[in-house]
Design a protein around this ligand. Structure first.
Ligand SMILES: Nc1nc2c(ncn2[C@@H]2O[C@H](COP(=O)(O)OP(=O)(O)O)[C@@H](O)[C@H]2O)c(=O)[nH]1
Ligand SMILES: [Mg+2]
Length: 635
């Protein structure tokens, strides 16, 4: 059964608590006393049934501070607001402050309740209603129903319930599939029961025996008992006011502002990217890095506002900011927040979270960052998420779908949908089994090209670099398939050429210098003379008077050019000699079925030392196959 959560707002003594009592029969002020004695589980909270049997929960506002908390904890949870105005007093300062907070929080639906009408003349009531209407003309309440009520006589109460019922039908239900999140508004110990937390279940569901994570401190605990509207249930879902009994959680480790959530999905952060709006009636501008009281979820922390595109934010202005908090907290994309000036404490503005966990401290006046946040804001308002997902893809560097789901909490289906959209738009490309943002791919391309070129400059004789050398330029989680696909992509773009395991810049050919050529000539002469007993590189180096490292490069080059064949480590043959050996092999097999090592040794006029590796080379090349002490011809 669905339910609706209602918040109240309005100046002190305007009759909020009385109205709730009249609607529900529950005295939420008495509950305040109970809190002191620690007997009531859900403070300031009462419920009643709507005409269709649906439950309506209503949250009272015991103090001004708490008003902000209640509204914020309900940013996705409070469906409807009742603005309470005493008919005898009309709109007062706190009414206005509540209103501007509600506006900052993007509250959509409300009802105006003019209270204490038993103590006023009808005519007066009409005058006040007109005045109130005029003052609310520019707010979200401009078309809201207005009800005259008296908690004493009961006048207007059925009408008020009827309006609640009607508006409730227009409210879209909250996301029960999203990962669980409950900002904790109270935490206490019930004797013989253990630690209990209360809060509004913003998204997802929670059941008895679930394991949930509490952040801070960041601890996994088991749910022992779930209460909704004061009754034990097996499962609670988005939109419910819940009390959870958690096992294995010390009361001291949890506080208001902690979040109970699905394990592994949320992370603590000291930074948030956001858009910040200053109220038109804010007493002064906000300067870069000014400290403020920052309210989000059930948190209140001191935070500094890094203004990303200006030095100061003037009243009524809006700007992209990076919020830097003094204490870690958990936030979600599209969360609303409120800021109050450090001292004196008055509400001066609020905004919308655009990235709940930015990867880094942003540098200011960066057009790219400013544009990105602009795009995120549009997305947050319109319910889109493409740009956000793309940025997370770039930030996380080839995450798995699981990682993405945990990072964005958008759900697999939604993510897959967005990814194919991004692919169609050419912002993301497939590399094997991995989707890579074009921006990241370009980064890899540049890095790889730059490094191959550098290698060519330093190794003009070398035909290229082993591909495996480049693994370090890619994220560790990159799959082998994606890695191979990257090289295929580079080859198709004609940026590189691939041969065996090596890679070079397209069109690159090793260029020996005149000096190199001279040594190559000497080397080939020596090798020519020694035929099937070629000198090992060490001996060759001594003879040619060159460094081993340099000689190795020359040898690699000659193998690549096809002048030498590398038979084994430290064993090279001139290609002409190698072909001669193959010919001798073929000649032997024209008359014989088998070949022994000794036979081949005699044919080549060399020693066993040289023949054995050569025959093994033939085996590897699938020219021959070893059978016992013999070899047979395969080709
Ligand atoms: N005449 C009249 N007085 C009311 C009514 N509702 C509340 N009051 C008075 O207003 C005072 C403040 O009401 P309360 O509900 O505590 O206001 P809150 O601070 O907004 O919660 C009460 O003590 C009552 O004396 C009403 O319907 N009629
Ligand atoms: Mg009250």
């Amino acid at each position: 059964m669905g339910s609706i959560i209602i918040g109240t707002a309005g100046h002190v003594d305007h009759g909020k608590t009385m109205l709730i009592k009249a609607l529900t029969g529950k005295d939420t002020d008495r509950l305040e006393e109970e809190k002191k004695r620690g007997v009531s589980i859900d403070l300031g909270f009462a419920s009643f049934s709507l005409p269709d049997g649906k439950k309506a929960g209503i949250i009272d506002v015991p103090g001004h501070e708490k008003f902000i908390h209640n509204m914020l904890a309900g940013a996705g949870g409070i469906d409807l607001i009742i603005l309470v105005i005493d008919i005898n007093e009309g709109i007062m300062p706190q009414t206005r402050e509540h209103l501007s907070i509600l506006e900052l929080l993007g509250t959509q639906k409300g009802i105006i309740a003019l209270t204490k009408v038993d103590a006023a003349e009808e005519e007066w009531c009409e005058i006040v209603e007109e005045e109130v209407r005029k003052e609310l003309e520019e707010t979200f309440l401009k078309d809201a129903p207005c009800v005259w009520v008296s908690s004493y006589t009961g006048r207007g109460l059925p009408e008020l319930k009827e309006h609640i019922h009607r508006l409730n039908l227009e409210i879209t239900s909250r996301d029960t599939l999203a990962p669980l999140r409950i900002p904790v508004d109270r935490c206490f110990v019930v004797a013989g029961f253990g630690t209990v937390i209360t809060g509004t279940l913003l998204q997802g569901t929670v059941s008895v025996s679930d394991t949930v994570e509490v952040l801070p401190p960041g601890k996994a605990v088991r749910v022992r008992n779930v209460q909704v509207f004061g009754e034990n249930v097996n499962q609670a879902e988005a939109g419910h006011r819940v009390a959870l009994n958690l096992s294995g959680l010390e009361k001291e480790t949890i506080e208001r502002g902690s979040v109970v959530c699905a394990p592994g999905y949320f992370k603590l952060t000291f930074m948030l990217d956001a858009t910040l709006q200053l109220l038109p009636r804010a007493p002064r501008s906000l300067k870069h890095m000014d400290p403020v009281h920052f309210y989000q979820g059930t948190n209140r922390v001191v935070a500094r506002m890094a203004l990303l595109d200006r030095e100061e934010l003037k009243p009524a202005e809006k700007a992209p900011v990076q919020v830097r908090t003094e204490k870690p907290l958990v936030a979600e994309r599209s969360d609303r927040f409120i800021i109050r000036s450090y001292s004196p404490m008055t509400t001066i503005g609020g905004g919308l979270v655009l990235d709940p966990k930015p990867a880094r401290r942003h540098r200011r006046y960066r057009q790219e960052i400013i544009d990105r946040l602009k795009k995120f804001e549009e997305e947050a308002v319109s319910g889109q998420a493409e740009g956000f997902l793309l940025q997370k893809l770039e930030q996380l560097e080839v995450p798995s779908l699981d990682d993405l789901e945990k990072e964005t909490r958008m759900g697999r289906e939604r993510i897959e949908e967005l990814l194919s959209q991004l692919k169609r738009e050419g912002k993301v490309v497939s590399l094997g089994d991995t989707l890579v943002p074009v921006k990241l791919l370009e980064k890899w391309e540049d890095k790889v090209e730059e490094n191959i070129k550098k290698y060519h400059r330093e190794n003009p004789l070398s035909p290229g670099l082993p591909r495996a050398e480049f693994k370090k330029y890619f994220p560790g989680g990159l799959s082998p398939k994606a890695f191979d696909a990257f090289w295929e992509y580079m080859r198709e773009k004609e940026k590189v050429e691939l041969f065996e395991d090596k890679v070079c810049v397209a069109g690159f050919r090793p260029q020996p210098s005149p000096g190199d050529r001279e040594i190559i000539k000497k080397l080939e002469n020596t090798m020519e003379a020694s035929r099937f007993q070629p000198p090992a590189p060490a001996a060759l180096g001594r003879e040619l008077k060159v460094e081993p490292a340099y000689l190795e490069k020359l040898l690699d080059y000659l193998v690549y050019q096809g002048n030498l064949v590398k038979i084994a480590d430290n064993y090279y043959l001139l290609s002409t000699h190698y072909r001669e050996a193959v010919e001798e092999l073929n000649k032997h097999f024209q008359q014989n079925d088998k070949l022994t090592l000794a036979e081949f040794r005699d044919r080549l006029g060399t020693s066993r030392k040289y023949v054995q590796p050569l025959l093994e080379y033939f085996d590897r090349e699938k020219i021959t196959r070893r059978v016992g002490d013999y070899r047979i011809l395969l080709k």
